[in-house]
Design a binder for this molecule. Sequence first.
Ligand code: TYD
Ligand code: MG
Length: 459
Amino acid sequence: MSKEKTVFVCSDCGGSSPRWLGKCPQCGSWNTLNETVAESPGGRNRYASGSRPALNAAQAVAPLSSIEASDFERTATGLDELDRVLGGGMVEGAVVLIGGDPGIGKSTLLLQALDALQRTGLSTLYVTGEESGAQVALRSRRLGLDHSMVQVLAETQLEKIIATIEQTQPAVAVIDSIQTMYSEALSSAPGSVAQVRECAAHLTRLAKATGVAIILVGHVTKEGALAGPRVLEHMVDTVLYFEGDTHSSFRLVRAIKNRFGAVNEIGVFAMTERGLKGVSNPSAIFLSQHSEPVPGSCVLVTLEGTRPMLVEIQALVDGGGPSPRRLSVGLDRDRLAMLLAVLHRHAGVACADQDVFVNAVGGVRISEPAADLAVMLAITSSLRARAMPKGFLAFGEVGLAGEVRPAPRGQERLREAAKLGFSVAIVPKANVPKKPIEGLTIHAVERIEQAMDVVRELQ
Ligand code: TYD
Ligand code: MG
């Protein structure tokens, strides 16, 4: 295949230059020029689908009510926790991006999923650009998939991969990983924004044209974004993130975008000697097991997708230097800074000259503001070196004015906590259930000061 002409296009203003420059000649932004294939005027669009011309034909305009609303047909992967985040299973022609830190278990999960699909009689293809066929085979033996019929292709060149997919027409193809793939049309290195975007765009077209469901594996860069400035997220139908602490055995798969299902749904897995096993009742895995309550710890019930889960927040407040540190793991750092300011202003708890470390146990990442109250109570508990009472939990969002706002589906959270033996809770007033929950004493608060008063009485 002859090399196509390439140009460098600015990601900010869209201006172009025939060669790479550090600064865009049009808008003056730095480091924004990315290589792409030059579009030949009047030529056929490179992303147009070849195999199904009907897709490109002009469609007739029709009133919405006359269009038949058929639900997507889903193929369950056989891994329940993965199906849950996908919204029921794989959809024909869908493109799923699964991102996560290296070593978290993406390849393991997908190999298990492909094998399960293959066993239901579907054909599957696993394209590996990171490992050799022998390494994949070794992994499959370790997973106990000795007689796996999953088709493996060790290849990194996009054009060859596309040819193989068109020829073999698998139901599901995994590209592991998109950062190792390269298109001959571009001269930039595999993993560069230009290559990642080019390869993903072609594979997306291919999925839509052939009906093959494609799963792209993407590594997350140090900043936490999928390689390139999230270039892929808008292109694909579903974005899943694989999270968790590599030192703990639990892994979460979270849907952050899903055209075929709900977002924020999570699947929970445990990494074992023989691969990933789904955890169907994950409520209590993110609690550390203290025999007696310890200062600096507070449990909250977080609602991830449709399931409530109990998560322990730990805080350590300790004498710092002239520029104290604020560090959070699993929680947003800016939100922590805000909560510290609210604590100081409205509850008179000052940590200005102290280092503050906050951690969500078990490598879980909490994005909902309902964690605010638990974070603040854990910090106060550490600062005062006084433990929360046994069986205590709290949740609720805290605003800048010191008000405690309700969390969605409070009753469900409280019921889950009671089921696990928790006995006392501080919750926003609007979350107090009308009927008392057996075994659970509930204290309703409207402001952070009130919460502090209740805690002082309980300790
Ligand atoms: P892997 O799937 O290679 O991660 P990724 O593709 O996201 O980079 O997972 C690798 C880790 O999982 C590695 O540290 C070993 C561990 N592991 C197990 O604990 N049990 C297993 O059965 C397998 C296959 C891997
Ligand atoms: Mg891998």
